[in-house]
Design a protein around this ligand. Structure first.
Ligand code: MCN
Length: 768
């Protein structure tokens, strides 16, 4: 029997199947009589639609259906609402039409849907759709979108501002700034990122026995189901089923309902046959939600001895052309980390969320935390340089210590546990910071500039949610865990099985994690926000405890002991103080076998439990070391270390893998990823992987990762999330390293991405 418990670096259960090519992704599904669809998208960033002629496409060979918004509206299907609607934020309604109505507002907006017998026929027919547009002035940039005289995107937002959000104590912050000895300022752009999963978005719609059946790659099957039923098709929820197979990466882009989900279902219902849409990567560059795109002015007030007093941030956050599912949330998330892990008494942030003629933004890995931590960490380095003190010393002076905790931030989050100074010490040791000066001198001798950058980060994750998990036993004692989380690469099949194996002492092979079918799993919040372990894992833990409770009476009978005398440890019930014990697995087999089940025993150990989560606070310190060629501006990232506190770790190998992925995405943001729009036309200029640079294996060094944490008191596992923290710490660590390297030349500012061109230009202008 194999029993892999909590804390073991078990190899991922799912990998054997995936590595052998036996994964089942949407494109692997071939349903009988399946038709194929393509979306005709807007080539304009902003234009009135004067006329749409579908007739030539309808006459094309193999065509089964062609629809514009008019056809959908006849069926009462309109637009996708912004689902996250916090009552405290007054925001302008600008829901995304499923197919454009009268006007297009960004390049790539869906306008017409074409379904044909084959994909080639659908593509041919799509080219025959005739749409006449009258282009309108467009803006891609938030500052320009809010400037007087810029045409509005939506009547509901006259100045193109969707909402304003504020957090913290403005009066206390202003007072602290007035009294401060020193104020450091930075105007920073957080570059817009395209979310690049390996598997593009895809969907198949089917209509079976009067039910809408959606096969998709999504992080949130239950949310798709409820939105489709309640808001889109207006049918009872049990008329909709969502099935998810393997998902080749989500990173936030698969965290919402998209027009294509609705379109394939609409067409399948109309045609009485399955309809498949498979996006391409290039299509994803304009049609999938994107990340970041903040323009921030940030200020830190200090005493002359380096004590941090207050922080003030003014951000314009780009929403794109419409409000995406969580877009009323994401720009506000950074409030939790607005003062970083530091002892700062006052803080205030103001965020204006702005419409422009660009693809919508929403949650991209980190979803607000990277943006906030980036500002704080850039300010801290600037302050250190202004004061002429080492960046690590200034951090150490101001980091909250364990004795300061619990600490409530100006935005009302209470950091409960953590040892932030220790994480800093650990990462500096791992990065051999003491040897840095020698490495720098060596680099100088070779004509290179060497820099070391630190970032100390904190995030608030998995707060204020409820998740339910069920456990089902079969007659042989094998179990199925019905979880409403939805892995898209995180390895839940492995880590969730570890929790069950640990708790119930069951054989690893006997545990199956089911997440992917809304008929099988009753409810679920889906996977996002690094919450699956804390939320789903904790409710699973509770469900396992409920099963143990149910089995008590059975164990009592088998052991001929009073229930009050039983204890449960190491996967077995034992009579306290004796060696009499019966394994949980045996109890489950007895209960599952009618011939062995005695009167009075329950007929099943099936159990279910909910867990209400409170925030936990993953935190970390990162160190990046770079070498810059001043002649070319090329930045080589030569060293990278992280000391991560994610509380109790279920699977260290998976957690390291999660950090690797997040770090590479954060490094990509710092060094090369950039979504570029033409300033005058809002045409995307980086519309495919030919122009949008993604990091590759040889762009990053080996990572030194330390996992030493303080267990979270807010969940039974003691865990804190880890899925996003890599890309929270990497951008400031890398940028601080670059600025450290360039400091001798007098370069004080550089925005992400630090491409060779921008580094070279910063050098050139510093040299005058
Ligand atoms: N884990 C652990 N011990 C901890 C914390 C986590 O063993 N203390 C394990 C978990 O059990 C899980 C994994 O690490 O197997 C990540 O857990 P968690 O931090 O709870 O994050 P989620 O599972 O909720 O994943 C979401 C997170 C987010 S928000 C994005 S975006 C992201 C990410 O995870 N997208 C990913 N990681 C990704 N990894 C892959 N391969 N693909 C994506 O699309």
């Amino acid at each position: 029997m194999t029993r892999f418990g909590i804390g073991q670096s078990v190899r991922r259960k799912e990998d054997q199947r995936l590595l052998l090519g036996r994964g089942r992704f949407v494109d692997d599904l071939v349903l009988a009589r399946m038709a194929h669809a393509v979306v005709v998208r807007s080539p304009h960033a902003h234009a009135d639609i004067l006329a749409i002629d579908l007739a030539p496409a309808r006459r094309a060979p193999g065509v089964l259906a062609v629809a514009s918004s008019a056809e959908l509206e006849k069926d009462g299907i309109h637009s996708i609402p912004a689902l996250y609607r916090p009552p405290e934020i007054a925001f302008s309604e600008a829901p995304m039409p499923i197919l454009a109505r009268g006007r297009v507002r960004h390049v790539g907006e869906p306008v017409v849907f074409v379904v044909a017998q084959t994909l080639a026929q659908a593509r041919d027919a799509a080219e025959r759709v005739e749409i006449s547009y009258r282009p309108l002035p467009a803006s891609a940039d938030v500052a320009r979108a809010m400037a007087a005289g810029t045409p509005r995107l939506h009547d509901s937002a006259p100045d193109n501002r969707c909402y304003r959000f504020e957090s913290g104590d403005e009066a206390a912050t202003e007072a602290a700034f007035r009294d401060a000895d020193l104020v450091v300022r930075a105007h920073l752009r957080n570059n817009r990122l395209v979310i690049n999963a390996i598997e593009p978005r895809a969907a198949i719609g089917d209509f079976v026995d009067g039910r809408l059946v959606l096969y998709a790659n999504s992080q949130v099957p239950h949310r798709l189901k409820s939105t489709l039923a309640e808001h889109i098709f207006r049918v009872p929820e049990d008329r909709v089923r969502v099935l998810i197979g393997d998902v080749g990466g989500g990173f936030g882009a698969k965290n919402q309902l998209y027009p294509e989900h609705i379109l394939v279902l609409w067409a399948a219902r109309a045609l009485g046959r399955p309809v498949k849409w498979l996006g391409t990567n290039t299509e994803g560059h304009v049609a999938d939600i994107q990340g970041r795109d903040h323009d921030s002015k940030a200020e830190l007030a200090l005493d002359k001895d380096g004590t941090f007093r207050a922080i003030r941030v003014r951000t314009s956050a780009a929403l794109g052309a419409y409000v995406a599912t969580n877009a009323a949330l994401i720009p506000t998330v950074g409030r939790a980390a607005m003062c970083g892990p530091y002892r700062i008494g006052a803080g205030h942030i103001r965020v204006d969320a702005v419409f422009a003629n660009t693809t919508r933004t929403d949650a991209y890995r980190g979803a607000g935390s990277p943006e906030a931590n980036y500002l704080v960490e850039r300010l801290v380095d600037r302050a250190a340089r202004t004061l002429g003190v080492p960046a690590e010393a200034l951090r150490r002076k101001n980091l909250l210590t364990p004795a300061d905790l619990p600490h409530t931030t100006p935005s009302g989050y209470t950091f409960d546990v953590g040892d932030f100074p220790r994480r800093l010490d650990q990462v500096l040791a791992a990065a051999d910071a003491t040897g840095f000066q020698a490495r720098r001198r060596n680099a100088e001798a070779r004509g290179r500039l060497r820099g070391l950058g630190i970032a100390s980060t904190i995030e608030a994750k998995a707060g204020g949610m409820t998740e339910t998990t069920a456990i089902r036993f079969d007659a042989q004692g094998r179990i199925r865990v019905l979880s409403g989380m939805m892995a898209n690469g995180q390895g839940h099949a492995t880590t969730f099985a570890q929790i069950v194996a640990d708790k119930l002492g069951l054989d690893w092979a006997d545990i199956e994690i089911v997440q992917s079918d809304t008929d099988a799993v009753a409810t679920g919040l889906g996977t996002a926000g690094s919450r699956s372990l804390v939320l789903g894992g904790s409710s699973l833990m509770r469900a396992a405890e409920a099963a143990i409770e149910k089995g008590l009476a059975v164990a009592g009978q088998l052991l001929e002991a009073a229930v009050a005398d039983l204890i449960f440890e190491n996967g077995a019930y034992a009579v306290a103080g004796t060696d009499r014990r019966v394994r949980f697995a045996e109890v489950a087999r007895v209960v599952g076998d009618p011939r062995r089940r005695a009167p009075g025993m329950p007929d099943s150990l099936d159990s279910e439990a909910s867990f209400d989560s409170r925030y936990s606070f993953p935190n970390a310190s990162h160190v990046a070391e770079v070498e810059i060629d001043p002649e070319t501006g090329h930045v080589a990232l030569l060293g990278y270390a992280v000391a991560q506190d994610s509380g109790t770790i279920v699977n260290p190998m998976i957690v390291e893998g999660q950090l690797h992925g997040g770090l590479v995405q954060g490094i990509g943001q710092a060094l090369m990823e950039h979504t570029v729009y033409d300033v005058d036309t809002a045409q995307p200029l980086s519309g495919s992987l030919l122009d949008y640079a993604l990091p590759r294996a040889d762009d990053v060094p080996m990572f030194a990762i330390g996992l030493d944490g303080v267990p979270a008191p807010t969940n039974p596992l003691g865990a804190k999330g880890v899925g996003e923290t890599g890309c929270t710490g990497a951008p400031p660590a890398v940028m601080n390293a670059i600025l450290d390297a360039l400091a001798p030349l007098g370069v004080e500012h550089i925005d992400m991405p630090a491409t060779p061109e921008s580094v070279w230009r910063a050098n050139a202008s510093a040299r005058g």
